[in-house]
Design a protein around this ligand. Structure first.
Ligand SMILES: Nc1ncnc2c1ncn2[C@@H]1O[C@H](COP(=O)(O)OP(=O)(O)OP(=O)(O)O)[C@@H](O)[C@H]1O
Ligand SMILES: [Mg+2]
Length: 303
């Protein structure tokens, strides 16, 4: 197991641009970021006090696997990935904890929506469907059961990207057109659906279902190309279900955070700040992140 980190501390070496829920973003130069995935974990929108060792490494290497796989399947795809190598400026003592949890990426203007694609009806989509028969205001076939695959193929259900502390809001694809303009909105929805379909096929070959996932895109202002950014197709940005346990007509176990969520609810700690996970929760949760990584990449994780 590697040394776990809750906060990276490179402020003396590189300017810290932002800390997200999971990542710390540093500026290497005007066009390049160091994208550091920490071992922070959040549940019900609250970050836990203690880390899940190796989580940031698993997310970074899994995202890298997907960038490679998707780029070879979809040759026109552009991603923000540059290298897993650390900038030479990082001093030796800091390098071991940063290696494999950091990537150098192109710094881009990120489009202000989350490009969510759903192949199966669950979560907020299932909730909305039960009351109105729609998903993000989109008419979908009647008579669907919980966790069922959308019979006419995956659907694009964008949300707004909320400011820190706010909640994202589901929107109809027409509202995404209003926010982004018709050209970018159409290119983004088409690309998101293409990426989901390619990823779903790959995951199924490893006995995993990707029920839904969230992509983020940036703009290369010189070439006007849409670029895939952020993390992709990790347990933090996607719902993975195992094929063995899949059963229509009920909620599926969340692949990664079920244990943590059940524990929080059982202890009455759901949504509370300042919670430290028990050792058992940490170990069990880590195992699920390792399992997702190993199933999807087909490689053993050697910590
Ligand atoms: N290539 C890129 N250039 C600039 N920003 C990026 C790039 N790729 C991803 N980002 C942004 O970096 C942040 C990643 O951090 P993290 O995943 O921890 O955030 P989050 O908790 O998902 O969201 P928030 O930013 O709301 O805290 C996101 O805000 C994302 O939009
Ligand atoms: Mg994120």
């Amino acid at each position: 197991m590697s040394k776990a980190i809750v906060n990276s501390d490179l402020k003396d070496v590189l300017p810290l641009l932002a800390r997200g829920k999971v990542r710390d973003l540093y500026e290497i130069d005007a066009k390049t970021l160091l994208f550091v995935a920490t071992d922070r974990i959040s549940a019900y929108d609250v970050i836990m006090e203690n880390p899940i060792p190796d989580k940031g490494i698993l997310l970074t290497l899994l995202t890298t696997h997907w960038f490679r796989h998707l780029s070879s399947t979809i040759p026109t795809l552009r991603t923000h990935f540059l290298t897993l190598d650390l900038p030479s400026r990082i001093p030796e003592p800091l390098r071991p904890t940063l290696q494999n949890r950091s990537m150098q990426v192109r710094k881009l203007k990120v489009f202000p929506i989350e490009a969510i694609v759903r192949g199966y009806i669950t979560g907020s989509a299932w909730k909305e469907y039960q009351t109105s028969g729609t998903v993000n205001g989109i008419e979908v076939p009647k008579g669907l059961r919980e966790s069922e695959k959308f019979p006419n193929g995956p659907i694009y259900t964008p949300s707004t990207k909320a400011e820190i502390g706010d909640h994202d809001e589901n929107i109809h694809p027409d509202q995404a057109i209003e926010i982004l303009g018709p050209d970018y909105a159409t290119r983004i929805s088409t690309l998101a659906l293409t990426l989901y379909t390619a990823a779903h096929t790959h995951a199924l070959s490893r006995d995993l279902i990707i029920a839904d996932t969230k992509f983020e895109f940036g703009l290369d202002e010189e070439s006007d190309e849409i670029v895939l950014v952020d993390e992709v197709l990790t347990p933090d940005s996607s719902r993975f279900w195992s094929v063995e346990g899949y059963e229509v007509g009920k909620a599926q176990e969340s692949f990664d955070k079920q244990f943590l969520r059940d524990w929080l609810v059982g202890k009455g700690l759901k949504g509370k700040d300042g919670v430290a996970m028990s050792e058992e929760v940490v170990v069990k949760t880590r195992e699920k992140y390792v399992e997702a990584y190993e199933r999807i990449t087909g490689e053993k994780y050697a910590a």
